[in-house]
Design a protein around this ligand. Structure first.
Ligand SMILES: [Zn+2]
Length: 78
């Protein structure tokens, strides 16, 4: 199971200084923010942050679940 993040690591990418997102090295200009004005860039960053927060929430849920699993295992083997 390859997630989007590990696929991005396999590809050659560079990080844009303007928007902070990754773009393939083949492209000389950022595929995310090239051609966007300041308002468009702000909207892009906001969308990206919302996605990032959602991912962080999912990560926290998995962390809590794994802690619960470990706790259950400890109780079961006691
Ligand atoms: Zn950019």
């Amino acid at each position: 199971m390859l997630g989007r993040a590990s696929k991005a690591l396999i590809r050659r990418v560079w990080r844009c200084d303007r928007c902070g997102l990754q773009t393939p090295k083949k492209k000389s200009q950022c595929q995310h923010c090239h051609g966007l004005d300041e308002a468009g860039l702000a909207a892009l960053k906001q969308r990206y942050e919302e996605k990032h927060i959602t991912n962080a929430r999912i990560g926290r849920v998995f962390l809590i679940l794994s802690v619960l699993m470990i706790a259950l295992m400890i109780i079961a083997f006691w």
